[in-house]
Every structure is written in structure tokens, then in C-alpha cells.
Ligand binder design. Structure first.
Ligand code: 6PG
Ligand code: NI
Length: 186
């Protein structure tokens, strides 16, 4: 049965949604094959295995015609210079999505298999992910970067696409602290 209308309390300080649906925590060990420097990744994953990001959602089901939301919080850090990021994924049926930056400083990296786009994300920025663009978020600052995502319930997550095609670019910081996008390689 469809979900009945309901209100969700958003706590802008704690970055929580209430009522709360499924949540997940991604540690370094969950990001296998994604950082360019595989040995730096392996050392970190086998060592203190830090939490790289968390995702908390409202209880709207991930099924067609529903419109779920979630908040992702990426902690600040870098692995061999490559900024901490989400795994990144493609939506299997190429559905679009929007992100609203809430806190901290980040970037929204998008790749359609040929073209790469980068959007700077600061609180108040709405990033639009068009159909068919794989998307990854990156923390470019020195505090947690958090954003709200709103997506079609049937969108799904194809993580294999990124392992096969990459994301077009990788994000680093240059000596002055500006984002330095490098060709994907590896
Ligand atoms: C989605 C959103 C978003 C995303 C998280 C974690 O489609 O659900 O894009 O909620 O899943 O930011 O990123 P990864 O799914 O790439 O780990
Ligand atoms: Ni998505």
C-alpha cells in the first residue's frame, strides 16, 4: 500500500531525519577498488579502518513512485591525497536525482561515460543529477560535508558501473587548498 502523508523532522544541527529509516555506515574497507592508490587504501582498511561516510534516511520505501530522501555525511580526509568520497553509482534506469548541500564543503562529481562535470557544493546549493549521469560526492573541506538527496524510489544503485567505467576524474587539493581534478586513470 502507498505510504500515507507524514512530516519528517530535520535536525539541522545533528543532521538527522525523524522518523528514521534504514541507515548505513561505510568504512574504508567498503571502498575497495575505488581509490587510485590501492596499497594506501589496503593499509588504511586493514589498520584503523575509519568511517568515511554515513547515510541516514526517512522511512519512505525505495519502490517505484515513492520519493525517498536521505542525508549523507562524509568525514574530512584523504587517502594518498585523494579526497574522501562516496562509492559513486549509476541509477540502473538512468533516473535523475537532486542533492541539497547542508553543511561543510564538498563537490558533486558526475560522469556519463564520456563527459565529466564537477559542481562545488556549499550549504544551499542544489545539485541536479540528470538522467544517465553516475554520481559521487567528495568532501573538499576540513569538517564533515553533509547533503540531502531526493531520488525516485525505484532508482536503485549500480555500483559495478563505476568499477567498470570509472568516474572520469579524481579529486585532490592543490598546494593552495583548491580542488585539483585529475584524470581518472587506474
Ligand atoms: C541515492 C543517492 C545517495 C547516495 C549516498 C551514498 O541514489 O540513494 O545518490 O543517497 O546513495 O550519497 O553514496 P553511494 O550510494 O554511492 O555509496
Ligand atoms: Ni543516486
Amino acid at each position: 500500500p502507498p505510504v500515507s502523508p507524514f512530516a519528517i523532522a530535520f535536525d539541522a544541527e545533528r543532521l538527522t531525519l525523524s522518523p528514521e529509516g534504514p541507515t548505513l555506515t561505510r568504512r574504508m574497507s567498503d571502498l575497495e577498488g575505488l581509490f587510485l592508490d590501492q596499497s594506501a587504501w589496503a593499509e588504511s582498511a586493514a589498520g584503523d579502518n575509519p568511517v568515511v561516510y554515513t547515510v541516514t534516511s526517512s522511512p519512505v520505501p525505495e519502490i517505484n513512485r515513492e520519493l525517498p530522501q536521505s542525508i549523507t555525511t562524509i568525514f574530512p580526509g584523504a587517502t594518498a591525497g585523494e579526497l574522501w568520497m562516496t562509492k559513486g553509482h549509476q541509477h540502473p534506469d538512468h533516473q535523475g536525482e537532486i542533492y541539497l548541500a547542508l553543511k561543510g564543503r564538498g563537490g558533486l562529481l558526475m560522469f556519463d561515460g564520456e563527459r565529466v562535470e564537477w559542481l562545488d557544493m556549499t550549504p544551499g546549493t542544489i545539485g541536479y543529477i540528470p538522467p544517465g549521469w553516475a554520481h559521487r560526492s567528495v568532501n573538499t573541506g576540513d569538517e564533515p560535508y553533509a547533503f540531502l538527496a531526493v531520488y525516485p524510489g525505484g532508482a536503485g544503485h549500480d555500483y559495478g558501473w563505476v568499477l567498470t567505467h570509472g568516474m572520469g576524474s579524481r579529486a585532490y587539493l592543490d598546494a593552495s587548498g583548491s580542488v585539483d581534478l585529475r584524470p581518472y586513470a587506474g
